[in-house]
Design a protein around this ligand. Sequence first.
Ligand SMILES: [Ca+2]
Length: 288
Amino acid sequence: MTETGDAGAEHERRGATGGRVRTSIPVRSGRRLWIFGAAVLVAAPLLAAWSWHAAQGTGFRYEIVKEFPHDTNAYCQGLVFADGMLLEGTGRYGQSSLRRVRLETGEVVEQVDLDTKYFGEGIALLGDKIYQITWRENTAFEYDKNTLKPTGKTFRYAGEGWGLTADGHSLILSDGTSVLRFLDPETFQVRRQVTVRDGRERVTNLNELEFIDGQIFANVWRESHIVRINPRSGAVTGTVSLRGLRSGTTWTGEEVLNGIAYDAEHKRIFVTGKNWAKVYEIRIVRDR
Ligand SMILES: [Ca+2]
């Protein structure tokens, strides 16, 4: 099509300017079209396979920049960096909370406990409000960013709540499936949603989230890697293996990797896990 189209365009251009008008516009013969079609048929699966492997191979690894202490009683479900401190949402019934934590020492500076009927999940900062979702209670809470006081405003949403982040405009919610919902922070109404795919495969169990430089980074429950997601298409654009980050343990049971926070000003990425003893500042580098 390009060949014919260009020639046609040239034909029109030259004709309009009074130059030499091309009288013979090349058109593919039936035989050439057939060969072209056959080539596409052969190439398409190969290209699909290539892009699948490319997606699998868009691999990144990590380097530890610094380690910080983390409360091993904190079943981390949400992590945010704000104003030089970490905000952390913790889970489990009777242990769920929202905390402001001093990064360097792990000291909990402020803490708000959730009622025992709530299992806390992801948290996000948008404007001057912090939002915290719950696992199966279909309820989200809103807090004042500066005081950590609940504003009294709560929201309802359908399905489970797993991870939460914000793109500066919408809240982005994961629910354990491959779908990410973009929510109006005023109402929790769904503005749009994307299905996350790595190549052709849906990526399920999307957990804690972080919006980093225009892309969504997501923990995948019980996996030792983080995926990077295009927020428009849902396509996985990279995979960061964090294997070996927490040495001496296998990630079985509950103490899985969960928690990503981003210090946009200094471009620092922090990761941790449920009940981990440390928060790690990591640098993500391309895996050669
Ligand atoms: Ca986060």
